[in-house]
Design a binder for this molecule. Structure first.
Ligand code: ZN
Length: 100
């Protein structure tokens, strides 16, 4: 048994199960990570936004990788909350400032 991310050998019972992004596909083409080029190409070819799908799978990680993943996710969540809050504030500002 080895860590999915860093490959460190894990003793039995030492691994931590985590849902890990195992890849993504853009417009049916598998790509890891979803490349901007692929999105632009299929956007030009079809004239619409391609469907982007992420695949998650349960993998065994070592405790330090699991910790890193958790930290990464919580900081991403905070960034999303900040962006959403900012967008809402701007929207409210626009409504309030709109001439009647
Ligand atoms: Zn690891």
């Amino acid at each position: 048994m080895a860590c999915y991310l860093c490959g460190a050998p894990l003793a039995r019972g030492q691994g931590v199960r985590r849902n890990v992004n195992s890849g993504s596909s853009v417009a049916g083409l598998f790509s890891t990570p979803p490349s901007l080029l692929l999105i632009v190409v299929s956007l030009l070819a079809r004239g619409k936004m391609p469907s982007i799908r992420s695949y998650f799978a349960l993998r065994t990680l070592c405790p330090s990788c699991a910790q890193r993943l958790d930290a990464q996710r919580s900081s991403r969540r905070k960034a999303m909350l900040f962006v959403t809050g900012f967008a809402v504030a701007v929207a409210i500002g626009l409504v309030v400032a709109a001439p009647r």
